[in-house]
Design a protein around this ligand. Structure first.
Ligand SMILES: NC(=O)c1ccc[n+]([C@@H]2O[C@H](COP(=O)([O-])OP(=O)(O)OC[C@H]3O[C@@H](n4cnc5c(N)ncnc54)[C@H](O)[C@@H]3O)[C@@H](O)[C@H]2O)c1
Length: 353
């Protein structure tokens, strides 16, 4: 029997990983640790309990809170302020959680001999470099022309070789700084510590809001009503992201942990990939189809300083290293999200509506 500690375990990724782990390993003790700061995370403890996961309210910024856990064999670090727009009014919560909090979790893992996985982000890549990609404009989306490529990019997406020099948002900088220390711990202490630099996740129980979790936000506004609009890059909704179903992330982490020593100290770009990318316009069309009701969207032409027009993950390296590839397609993910929104209207409408 092992003990799995999941900081951020009441959040979207953390709660799924906790429940999936427990379902696959019923004898393990799975502890979701969270300060419930994310709106909607307060719904998680009941859901976690039904799946046999323990919930402990605590803050990763406070080492004594983590010490209350005592022992663990594996730490899946999912606690974060995950918005690219966070921290500009006051950076300290962001820095204390995403950087110091991750280091506290890492040190907890080191002193227990536990393995460690960090969920990092594609937002570590610099904004100017992503905006400088030679994108072309199609009728429904921006795209990179076939055959063109440069260091760390091609029509297949962005690899971990993409240059890291340049501002990347405060959020991205805290995650990159955390990555550096996690990999250093792997080298210095020989601990198993893996970094997954992830693109956009989606699936049920994502408490989408304007600045984070746009797939759930789109589906929620189509289901419950409320305003929705394209922002930036001319306001036409042609910006593109790739989408990864959260259960596909779980499969990857399982594959990595099966050969942890091999993946330790590595950083992998992880996402839905080019075949599972979508523009906001395309997402709008899919939502109209699935909800059966079209919606008029607003439009703001000006681009927010943190925004990038195109991000698609090139999964080549992680697939070659693990044999893993994503299995869930965007329409499938959306359909499941709509079902979840309809089935849980009473508790979700006040949060996502
Ligand atoms: N959602 C995505 O599309 C995405 C993409 C790339 C990377 N990531 C990364 O994945 C991880 C999980 O993201 P998510 O989408 O589940 O976000 P989330 O906001 O749903 O979950 C994060 C959880 O951390 C908790 N938390 C915040 N500050 C805390 C603190 N100081 N102490 C304890 N708990 C705290 C929140 O209450 C929340 O439940 C994050 O590290 C994020 O950077 C997410």
């Amino acid at each position: 029997m092992s003990t799995i500690l999941i900081p951020g375990g009441a959040g979207f990724a953390g709660s799924h990983l906790a429940l999936l782990w427990k379902r696959e390993h019923p004898a393990d003790r799975v502890i979701a640790f969270d300060n419930l700061v994310r709106k909607g995370s307060e719904l998680a403890p009941a859901r976690l309990a039904m799946g046999g996961v323990e919930f402990l309210r605590g803050d990763v910024r406070v080492r004594a809170d983590l010490e209350a856990v005592k022992e663990a064999d594996l730490v899946l670090d999912c606690a974060a302020e995950p918005s690219a727009r966070a921290g500009y009014a006051d950076p300290m919560y962001l820095v204390d959680t995403n950087l110091t909090g991750t280091l506290n979790c890492l040190e907890f893992a080191r002193t227990r001999g536990a393995r460690f996985v960090l969920l990092s982000t594609s937002r570590v890549y610099p904004i100017a470099a992503l905006r400088a990609l030679p994108l072309e404009e199609g009728a429904e989306r921006l795209f990179l022309p076939a055959g063109l490529s440069g260091t760390g990019w091609s029509e297949e997406g962005i690899t971990a070789d993409f240059p890291l020099e340049g501002p990347r948002t405060l959020y991205g900088s805290t995650k990159l700084a955390a990555e550096v220390v996690v990999r250093e711990y792997a080298a210095a202490f020989g601990m198993t510590a893996i970094v997954n630099r992830c693109g956009v996740f989606a699936g049920p129980w994502q408490m989408g809001k304007v600045d984070q979790g746009f797939v759930a936000l789109w589906a929620a506004r189509f289901t419950y009503g409320g305003e929705l609009g394209y922002q930036g890059f001319g306001g036409t909704g042609k910006q593109v992201r790739d989408i990864l179903h959260i259960e596909d992330l779980y499969s990857l982490i399982r594959a990595q942990l099966a050969d942890g020593a091999r993946h330790s100290g590595k950083v992998y770009n992880v996402g839905g990939g080019a075949g599972n990318s979508v523009s906001l316009r395309e997402l709008t069309n899919l939502c109209a189809e699935l909800s059966g009701s079209p919606k008029t969207l607003g439009s703001v032409a000006e681009t927010h300083s943190s925004d990038v027009p195109w991000y698609v993950t090139d999964n080549t390296a992680v697939s070659a290293a693990t044999g893993w590839t994503p299995t869930r397609a965007v329409p499938d993910i959306l359909e499941e999200t709509f079902r979840w929104l309809r089935d849980n209207r009473e508790e979700l409408q006040g949060i996502l509506g």
